[in-house]
Ligand binder design. Sequence first.
Ligand code: SF4
Length: 364
Amino acid sequence: MNPLHARYPFFEGAREAVEAAGVALPTLVAEDAPAVARGRERVERALLSGTTASETPREWSVQDELLSYPIARILVSLIDAPAAVRKYAAAEAATAADRFTDDFETSDDGLKSTSRRRLSLDDVLREFDLADDVRAEPLERGRDPDWYRVALGSYLTLADPDWGERWRLVNREVVDGTVRVERGDLSRLLREAVERRVADGLPFQVRGTAGGDALADSLAEEVGTLRDLLADRRDVRDIDTVAPDLFPPCMSHLLDRVRRDNELDAHSTFALTAFLTGIGMDTDEIVRFYRDTALDEETVRYQTEYLRDDTGTQFGAPTCATMQAYGDCVNMDKRCETIAHPMSYYEKALDEADEVRDWREREA
Ligand code: SF4
């Protein structure tokens, strides 16, 4: 099997490889094959951490990785919630975008070449029928171009004005039916292309189809666990106060770590950003809040966008149980014994405080 297909399982070639392998997914599920566990991890990581990359990549073979993708799609379909589809597709796209960057840097630079085949930008453009619509601006030999021209039609199809003012056409240089974009913006457009492909056809009907009921019954436990994770969002009171001194111990600890060590695991960054979003901070405020850390602004912006539904609803911070499961529940105090969610801790702390000064007032 081609390792590239495992790395990019939503590519047309990967779908054909799964078909050619002749593996029956119901058999995999019935035999509790490793691909099923990896498929569940894919969705779980999407819902909790905004990525589908495995935490234990060495545990899985190329075949497990490849087959876990159609299993994950079945799981997302069985969860049957629009938020699950959105979160899952966005997480697959974010993971792919990281891998594209890694592959492009390495494939363009012979010095870093390894035995693993890397994708080039041209490969990805061809995959999404964009080869004729994107061209690099000429630059000195030996350097990668920083600017590209994207055909207007493709730009308008992929770019969303909700991403920010600079994505509006009036704020772009448009010449001869093309839009000028920087390399990072081209990556954003490609991520969107991946997200749309992954979301396409989801959710599909499983129950009521040939063999579908048995498949759904076999996956009932996994689906129940994943639904619980999705429900791991709560209606928080309309909090709009940023008082870092009153943060729950877990969030203070994560904040210390990101400031001191300049890095956090993806799920920890996700939990902290979800908490900050949940207490009413907007994207610019969160970017300012993280400014003394090494967290990259584009990642922070993407995470906050990801944490917000189309309806504007927040994807909540994880519960205490989830924080404990990930080893992020630390320094518990007396108030922790009375709550089950970091947001409840913060609500109580705000209620019980004599005086509350909002961080945003100090910053103003
Ligand atoms: S009990 Fe909950 S609020 Fe307290 S530190 Fe642990 S995760 Fe945070």
